[in-house]
Write a protein that binds this ligand. Sequence first.
Ligand SMILES: *Cc1c(COP(=O)(O)O)cnc(C)c1O
Length: 455
Amino acid sequence: MAISTLSSIPQIEKILQQAFLAPFIERLSRPVVADVVREQVASYKKQHLQDPENHPFSLEQLYHNIEQGCWLLNQQRLQRVVNGTGVIVHTNLGRSPINAELWQQVTEVNTHYSNLEIDLNTGKRGKRKGLLQQLMQYLTKAENTLVVNNNASSIYLLLHELAKGKEVIVSRGEQIQIGGGFRIPDILALSGAKLVEVGTTNITTTQDYLDAITDQTAMVLIVHTSNFKIRGFTESPDVKELASALPEHVILAVDQGSGTTTEHMPDEPTVASYIDSGADLVCYSGDKILGGPQAGMISGKDTLIKQLEKNPMMRAFRPSRIVYSLLEELVVRKLNQQPEGRGVAQTKSHIALPLLEQSAQALADGFNDHITVVQSEMTVGGGSLPDQDAPSWSVQINPSQPAYQRSPEKLLAVMRQWPLPVIGVIKRDKVQLNMATVDASEIPYLRSQLAEVLL
Ligand SMILES: *Cc1c(COP(=O)(O)O)cnc(C)c1O
């Protein structure tokens, strides 16, 4: 009996022609959807044969399972989400969104051939950097700037090229994990440089560094302690004082992290300020406060940058034209003080507080007790600006369904399955959406989705 019912399951090819699978084929590709269909048919047959009582045959149920399987894969595709976390540069949410205008501007150069490595003035083979090196001089005050794929590569490259087989002095207070398993000591070990730790976790003085210097010392590395702050009594040396006290043979490198230049971030030292203070090299990410694509940048002394450029690993670390074109566009806009050059960190952290409250009210309007407007905090995040929380406004969602009341996580999970997924946070056992990171244009969508869940 079971066997004959099962034989009524259409062939895989026939199932693939079902209308409900057309959008999935478009988003996931035909072979991927065909695999889901095969898997679901096989497991459905197995279940039915093992326990026909509890799994009576239903083609509708089988199709539902196939749809579920496709949906799970669909959710793995890279897609836009609404950021309701209040963390402006959120590493899990793609850090800095690229300004749409900049993205438009670089379409042509990326969808046609370009002069990536040909000098249009001489016709000879040219450098990959384009005009970026000159542009960065104005932004950072550094003689030269090198671009790699991310800041982790910057650090590896400068240690490998300039400190391999030698000693690098790092403060104990800066032995941080930057996230995702990226640890300064591990990078140091891989690069072939020897780590010399100085000071204590909360106090490191200029003298501590000087006492640790030997003829084997290649570099002092200062790491801006981004997403980690030692609370209480801390002391770190003045970079200027350290720079002038270091002997000639020791390079002073700073991992600045966030790439702050013209963005006016309180208490975040800019790349230029470190260069001014006498740092030989400063490295930072392109997609944090700078607001560009994922990249690592090293700015500093021309002779050192030229040396880094000759490292064989440069071939592995060099970015694509997509990155160079976006950075060029971004930096020109920054230098011309145009809004497109600001980057998301500057733009969103400077939105007037009353505007955020207005947004929250607009979102909550008409929902009565189901959505309340609450004070909250935003943070720049992304391994920048430790403890730099600023005031913000959020909406708190107060569902009447007992399931959501018991488990705000459940509501968060439902919001992640919306057509445009929404990432919220839980505060005081309630789901909140922070207006600092929600776009005004996203509010009508949020209202209509929330109405379905709440009303
Ligand atoms: C973010 C960060 C890094 C890692 O940069 P990626 O671009 O993610 O590789 C390294 N150092 C500091 C201080 C950082 O803030």
